[in-house]
Design a protein around this ligand. Sequence first.
Ligand SMILES: Cc1cc2nc3c(=O)[nH]c(=O)nc-3n(C[C@H](O)[C@H](O)[C@H](O)COP(=O)(O)OP(=O)(O)OC[C@H]3O[C@@H](n4cnc5c(N)ncnc54)[C@H](O)[C@@H]3O)c2cc1C
Length: 441
Amino acid sequence: MKTKSVIVSVFFWITVYLLLVLAPLMVLNIGEVPQGSGFWWDFSMALGFAGMAMMGVQFFLTARFKRASAPFGIDIIYYFHRYLAIAAFIFIFLHFLIIRIDNVEALGVINPFEAPWYMTTGRISLLLFMLLILSSLFRKQLKIEYETWRITHIVIAVSAFLLALSHIEGVGYYIADPEKRWLWTAYTLFFVLLMVYVRIIKPWGMKKHPYKVVEVKKEFGDSYTLALEPEGHAGMHFKAGQFAWLTLKDSPYHIKEHPFSFSSSPHKNRIEFTIKELGDFTKTIKDTPIGEIAYLDGPYGTFSVENYPDAPGFVFITAGVGAAPIMSMLRSLADKKDKRPLVLLDINNDWESIIFRDELEEMQNHLNLKLIHLLTKADDSWQGEKGRISKELFQRILPKDLRELEYFICGPKPVSDATQKELYGLKVPLGKVHFELFDMV
Ligand SMILES: Cc1cc2nc3c(=O)[nH]c(=O)nc-3n(C[C@H](O)[C@H](O)[C@H](O)COP(=O)(O)OP(=O)(O)OC[C@H]3O[C@@H](n4cnc5c(N)ncnc54)[C@H](O)[C@@H]3O)c2cc1C
């Protein structure tokens, strides 16, 4: 996408977001407004409605709408989702806290058998929202398995949201007018339809576009390449460096999907993912039978050389299986007989862990590629680069026009952070450094 159209899209979607969040607040204040109990009461109500509208938009953010996510990148969208959820929760919590301090009688009794049902649903939803946020922020510390977390996250989010909506409907404050009640109901319906789209309609579309596993190839570095071909359709058009969510051995309605970068060139009909054995799912890849049906949701992501057609050259810095999207870009550049200068710094523990080492060697014959292997646990026999990333290393391996080039970094967070720090130290402009992290939560 060209920079100008990206900026326009970013503004457009931020405006849509603000409208979705602020519209209910503005409309609720039009026409007959109920007699308030002073500033704090009204402020608390405003926070409650704003927090709920923000929570509702969370379903939009995670619905993976390609048009809405493209200008930001889906990883950034997931970061928005995380931080906006915290902001929304703070609003909702303050809504409760202000009434608790300012007008405690309005909350009535806590006992659910005596309290009005809509006050109880409000209280339960507040607790569920708190659980949602805490279990997401501290998932790893609490040792909650990713898939268990994901399923409970969806169930708790939907329950908390519906309970909170019933609280608003039950209280009826601000939405007592039939028109306003209709508006809020329409808003509710919109969010419910979003959930139906994500969980039913979208997987149904994927079911009509299945793929078949045609090869499972062992690679170096405890990795396997899974090759897929489309079954009865034209396949997926992606940009080199993008990724998709893969579902195997299941229907697309199942919740067990995992994101993987394409490692193949987009100029081939066959789609490949190179997957490192890491946990429950990735350790089963090697046993995938040929002919197994797979479903893909994608492509997503903005991590692609194809977004920079005028760049004078590219620098790739990768560690471990972070080489997968970089390989897709190199293969694509080779297919297009691109002659621009390329530098690849491939970081691995040892020689045996370099996933694509043979093909990379060979690629130097077709591409204007300078290939540097950096081994972090090399023994004395290794003659190449060893140790850690440093400013000196970059000064040694990068060409003189280093500030003109586009940089693509993919690897674990510490490597990505260290690389970005050194590049900024070398005055490489921020906008020229692009990175992909293999962790969204
Ligand atoms: C944009 C992106 C591209 C990726 N590309 C590749 C690739 O090309 N090759 C590759 O080997 N790996 C890639 N990954 C990582 C891959 O998705 C995880 O390694 C895999 O999902 C782990 O699943 P598991 O059940 O084997 O491991 P687990 O032991 O269950 O999980 C290990 C860690 O991986 C993460 N994870 C697990 N499941 C998911 C999921 N469904 N969605 C998101 N994160 C999850 C969690 O942070 C978890 O703590 C990519 C991740 C992202 C976000």
